[in-house]
Design a binder for this molecule. Structure first.
Ligand code: FNR
Length: 194
């Protein structure tokens, strides 16, 4: 059975380069990883007022995180951090207190930017958040993607072979990591921490 990998794209933009990267990753993934986006765009802003009764959209989102064997975050950098929409989505799935959907769920982070820093600072912030929600993270290799207009074609193919090869290797490393974490820690779906 392949691992089901939920993909969280940190952008709400209809022309998102990070969604393009996520689509390319779907195509480059090894057979034992099946990637599928878990949309975040319809989530309202989180408030503790919802903790007694989550709205259906947030319940569904949380259920999809929990049903995933692992998660890949593909995020832009906004003002040297993660976009608010992505942080909001993480806040939803981490709550209510005692029902943190990320606990023991292996994750990997990447992101694309037209700038030279290539989301490095946002990824570091995201790693800090994922540590707190107890998600074991792929430490290495890191994947900072400097996006150029022709890097990914309209069919989601990476046009630069060395970038494609790098991303294939990154996904292979994640598949090994997911397998090790899953066998060491259990499936992660029944463990909860605040
Ligand atoms: C950006 N952008 C940006 N880029 C970067 O490398 N570092 C940054 O800190 C920022 N900050 C930032 C803030 C805001 C509010 C916006 C809208 C944009 C540029 C950003 O990388 C670019 O718009 C990407 O195309 C965003 O990714 P998506 O939405 O296309 O996936």
């Amino acid at each position: 059975m392949p691992y089901s990998v939920g993909v969280l794209v940190g952008s709400l933009s209809s022309t998102s380069i990070n969604r393009k990267l996520a689509e390319a990753l779907q195509k480059l993934a090894p057979e034992d990883l099946v990637l599928e986006e878990i949309p975040i765009k319809d989530l309202p802003l989180y408030s503790q007022d919802y903790d007694q009764t989550f709205p259906p959209v947030a319940r569904d989102f949380k259920a999809r995180i929990e049903a995933s064997d692992a998660l890949i975050f593909v995020t832009p950098e906004y003002n040297r951090s993660v976009p608010g929409a992505l942080k909001n989505a993480i806040d939803w799935a981490s709550r209510p207190w005692g029902s943190n959907s990320f606990a023991k769920k292996p994750s990997a982070v990447t992101g694309a930017s037209p700038g030279n820093i290539s989301t490095a600072v946002a990824q570091q912030h995201l790693r800090s958040i994922l540590s707190f929600v107890n998600s074991p993270e792929l430490a290495s290799p890191e994947a900072y993607i400097h996006f150029t207009p022709d890097l990914i074609d309209d069919d989601g193919n990476v046009t630069n072979e060395s970038t494609a090869e790098f991303l294939r290797g990154w996904l292979e490393s994640f598949a090994v990591f997911v397998s090790r974490v899953t066998s060491a820690l259990g499936d992660g779906q029944h463990e909860r921490r605040g």
